[in-house]
Ligand binder design. Structure first.
Ligand code: DHB
Length: 310
């Protein structure tokens, strides 16, 4: 019988599925629902130093093919998430959970990471280099120079397992340039991809969300081809020590199978989790296991990265 069990470095997960940051991860009550589902782990809402209310409502909208959001980093502040994660280390020592964070400036990012470095938190950390929804602030990882400087400053003092959440790239030269930078650092993983930034969805002549004149990050079915291309492009280019988390357009077991074929070791679910709730993880595990059983694959490692070229 097939299993969706996976690992990243020494961290073991009973399933390769988890939430994508931003969905079911704002507070303890939402995170507990993911813990108690068939997901392998969770990642918190991206934490900043201080609590933030985020952008004006409405700021999230579901469509037939996906979603648009401009949340603006509403979160309860780093201390809230760190305290909860450290508590879980005591109560569920056999499991590991991810902390997502980014500062509102490089200085704030360093303050956050130094806090994490000095804490007793032992889990993996996802540095969000790709929030598209902060008015006046570009997605960090689209600026290669800033990204390289930030990572080189971080790895001078940060010794815990740190990965980066990346925006989608759309050009082969950008894949080459980005991978060359990420390969200079001891990154634990990269997560491809965040939402496709600054799309526009219209209903009855109106924008559907309030912030930024209706512009927001696009997720769901719209983005799977872009997500798969990014997972595979980085799988082909990155040092094998940098694991890949695949995110984008995962609605069913086949979508996850494709992310893993492209090289993903874990698979995150955003829009579909928002629409369906944490019960989705049971269905996703069953659907992926059934595809694996049909093909005679026992573990994810049997087909991870083995995309065939015609
Ligand atoms: C938000 C959206 C993102 O895609 C992200 O990476 C971080 C934050 C947000 O608007 O809250």
């Amino acid at each position: 019988m097939a299993t969706t069990h996976t690992h990243i470095g020494n961290y073991e997960f009973k399933s390769c599925f988890m939430n994508a940051a931003g969905v079911y991860c704002y507070d303890r009550s939402e995170l507990e629902k993911v813990i108690n589902s068939e997901a392998g782990t969770f990642v918190t809402k991206t934490a900043t130093l201080n609590k933030r209310e985020g952008n004006p409502l409405p700021r999230y909208y579901d469509t037939e093919l996906g979603s648009i959001n401009s949340m603006g980093l509403p979160n309860l502040g780093i201390d809230y998430y760190l305290e909860y994660l450290i508590e879980l280390q005591e109560t569920m020592p056999e499991r590991s959970f991810f902390l997502s964070l980014v500062g509102m400036s490089p200085e704030e990012t360093h303050i956050l990471l130094k806090k994490v470095q000095e804490s007793s938190f032992k889990g993996p950390i996802e540095l969000n280099l790709s929030c598209p929804n902060l008015p006046g602030k570009p997605q960090i990882a689209y600026d290669f120079e800033t990204t390289e400087i930030l990572l080189s400053e971080i790895f001078e003092y940060f010794k815990k397992p740190l990965g980066a959440k990346l925006p989608p790239y759309f050009d082969i030269v950008h894949f080459d340039q980005a991978a060359k930078i990420f390969n200079k650092f001891p990154l634990f993983f990269v997560n491809c991809v965040n939402s496709i930034g600054n799309g526009l969805i219209i209903k009855d002549e109106y924008t559907v969300i309030k912030p930024k004149n209706g512009f927001g990050g696009i997720g769901g079915e719209y983005i799977k081809p872009t997500a798969l291309a990014n997972v595979h492009a980085f799988y082909q280019r990155l040092n094998s020590s940098i694991r890949i988390i695949g995110t984008g357009g995962v609605l069913n077991g086949k979508d996850a199978f494709e992310h893993i074929l492209c090289g993903a070791s874990m698979v995150q679910v955003g829009t579909a989790l928002q629409k369906e709730g944490p019960e989705i993880f049971k269905r996703l595990n069953e659907e992926l296991e059934s595809i694996m059983n049909e093909k005679g694959y026992k573990t994810i490692e049997d087909f991870r990265g083995k995309l065939k070229m015609i």
